[in-house]
Design a protein around this ligand. Sequence first.
Ligand SMILES: [Zn+2]
Length: 352
Amino acid sequence: MPAPEPSPEDRVAALRALPKAELHLHVEGSIRPRTAVELAARHGVSLTEQVAQHRFRYSDFQGFLESFKWVAGFLREPADYALITRRLAEELLDQGVVYAEVITAVGVMLWQRQDAEANFAAMAEAAQEYEARGLTIRWLPDAAWQLGADAALEVARLVAGWRELGAIGFGMGGDELMFDYRQFRPAFELAAEHGLRRTAHAGEVGSPAKIRDAIELLGAERIGHGLATIHDPALADLLAERGIPLEVCPTSNVCTGALARQLGRPAATVADHPLPRLLAAGVPVTLATDDPGMFHTDLVSEYAACTTQLGLESIDVLNLAEAGFEHAFLPPEEKQEFVARLRREATSLGVT
Ligand SMILES: [Zn+2]
């Protein structure tokens, strides 16, 4: 007699238990409304959870960037950054994440005239405590496109000195439409010279040309979102040939309006996401949450949506989980160890 089909609850439990990696995750965007209230109170600002919830709803990408800036405004000293790192780490453990590369907005810290190094050291120290509990966190400090090339270079210069603290790369995010990517070459070149890995948000709301520029001009090794790939089959081939993955974040793309914009529709849902199409075209893809607090999501929900809303098979989901380790900025032997562990546990959980 064939084994009975697992219930939806059993499937979610199995997804939670699978050891996973998350490669596109902003610590500032992981702040839940409850924590925003707590941070505000620390600085004498009265805020209700209801107001915070309201601020975490957007009608477009600019609205999202405004909210990101708003919540980052409650991060003022190293202890605030340590707090949000601990909250995030607890959530990651609960989600079965064993390895995460976490983005932090160093460009925004400098723009706010904060002691970015003290903030980063506090986050790195807080993250270190979770190593013993089975969660490895590495850091990808980033700069914001909209703050310009000089600010980006300053971030790259700082981050180059933070390798001992756990910084493994340098990236850029924010408003990709504001400037020509060519201007950011010095920042990326400096990062490369200091052995930092490079990522860039591109083609989230912008065109395929942004993705090409991120790769060809800036040497980006992974692309944040890259939704615009759907408009350019030759670009999909290029990503496939060079093994450059898109860090795909379906719920984020719905919440920011990026998906509707790329599809040329007034609105879109996760079910409209081109993730299956990208996979079918051979584009390397990893699955992530981007800003789980601000988008009311978590990694297990993103994996669950792959089967319930995007029509992927269980094996595709397992491949996505494997891709999370394969495309991590880890030495090959560490990737292999994680992948072997994933396969072992997937077999015992019946996810095949
Ligand atoms: Zn992002």
